[in-house]
Design a protein around this ligand. Sequence first.
Ligand code: GLC
Length: 452
Amino acid sequence: MKKLKRLGKIITILVMIAMVSAVFVGCKSQTLSTTPSQEQQSQPAPKNVSIVFAVGGAPSEIDYWHKVIDEFEAKNPNITVNLLKQPMDSGTRMQTLVTPLSGHESTPDVFLMDVAWVGQFAASGWLAPLNGYVSQDNYDTSVFFKKVIDLADSYKGDLIALPVYIDAGLLYYRTDLLKKYDFSAPPKTWEDLVKIAEKVQAGERKNNPKFWGFVWQGKQYEGLVCDFLEFIASNGGNILNKDGQPVLNSANNIQALTFMADLIHKYKISPPSTYTEMTEEPVRMTFQKGNAMFERNWPYAWGLHNSDDSQVKGKTGIAPLPHFLEHQSAATLGGWHIGINTYSKNKEAAWKFVKFVESYDVQKGFAMNLGWNPGRQDVYKDSEVLKKAPYLEKLREVFVNAIPRPSVPYYTKMSEAIQKYVNAAIAGRMDPKTALDKAQQEVEQIIKQYGS
Ligand code: GLC
C-alpha cells in the first residue's frame, strides 16, 4: 500500500515536471522560432514595454489621465505607460513636443495635440500613419465624426490622428443673478450682454468689490485667437477669406476688436487682467468663486462649476455666445487629438493605448467626469451622458457649426502675429485699426514666405 502511494507521488511529480518543461520549451520555441505558426503571428508573445504619453491640462484632467492609465495597465500588464505632464497652455504644450520631435527622438511615443496644430505636425512628418493599424485590427473609424476626421485627422490620404475630445466656445452665466436683477433670459446680442453685465456688476459690487460682469481669455496666447475669432465671426468677419487670403483688417473685424477693448476700457465690465493673465483657468476660477456674471469658456468648465466645492454649483447656465446685431453667434472649434510619434520604438503598444483612449467606456468616462465632448459620436446617444451634460444635446448646433482656425502648416506663425496685435489693442497700447493693419501685413508676409 505504502509502495503504491509512493509510486503515485513519483508519477505525479514526473507529470508536473513534464508539463513545466513542455511550457518552457513552448515559450522558447516561440521566442526563438524564425517561422512562427499562424497562431503565433496573430498573437505576438507579450513583451514588456514602456511608453511615454505626453499630456497637459487642468489639474483635474491630469488626475483623471492617471486613472485612465491605471486601467489600461491593469488590462495590459505587459505595457507600462509613463505620463509626461505638460502645461495647460496650448502653445507651451506644442513647444514641449516640437523639441523632441524635431530632434527625431523616440519619446514621447504618443501624445495629445491641439486641433490647431495637428496639420503642422503632419506636414513635418512627425505623425505615424495609423492606416496600417486600422486595417490590421479591422478598427471601425466610422464611430468618429467624419467631418472631424476629414478636417483634422487626415493628411495626404493618411489617417494621422484621432479625436479625443471636441471643444467649442460657450457662454456661462449665473442663473440666480439673472433672476435677481429681473432678466428673463441670457443675452442673445453683445449689446444685451453689456446691459445685463453693467447692471449686475453695479449691484454685486456693493458687497463684493471683486465682482466682474464678463470674463474671457485675453492674454497673449492661443486662447486669445479663439476668442478673437468668435468676436469677429459673430460680426460677419473672419481671419482668411474663402480663397485663403487674409482679411484681418476688414471693417467688421475692426469693429469687433474695438468692442473687445471697450469691454475693458469703456464699459469696464471685464478686468484689466484680461490682457495680462486671463487664460482658461483664471477665467474659470473667477467665475467659479462667484466673482463674475458671464464667462466665455470651453465645455470642461461645466463639470468643475458643478462640483461640490464650487460656489456656483447649481447656479450656472450655459448658452451660445452672443452676436452683433444682424449677425450670428459663432464658436471656435477647439479640441485635442491623439497621435503616435513616427520615431517611436513602441508604436504597437502606443496604438493599443490609442485604442483604449478611444474606447466607448473611456470616452464616456471623459464626458461624465470631465465634461468633455467625446470624439466618438456613439457616446452622445448614451442616456447617462446626456443627463450629466445636457448641453450636449441642447447646444448641438453650436458644436456642429463651430468655426475652425485656418488649417495651414504655418498656422502657429499666423496665430503668433494675431495674438501680438490683438493683445496690444485690448491692452490699449494700439488702436484697433492700426493693430489689425499690422496683423494683416504680417500675416501676408508669412503666407508669402511659407505659403504655396
Ligand atoms: C482649448 C481648445 C484648443 C485651444 C485652446 C486655446 O484647449 O481645445 O483647441 O487652442 O483651448 O487655449
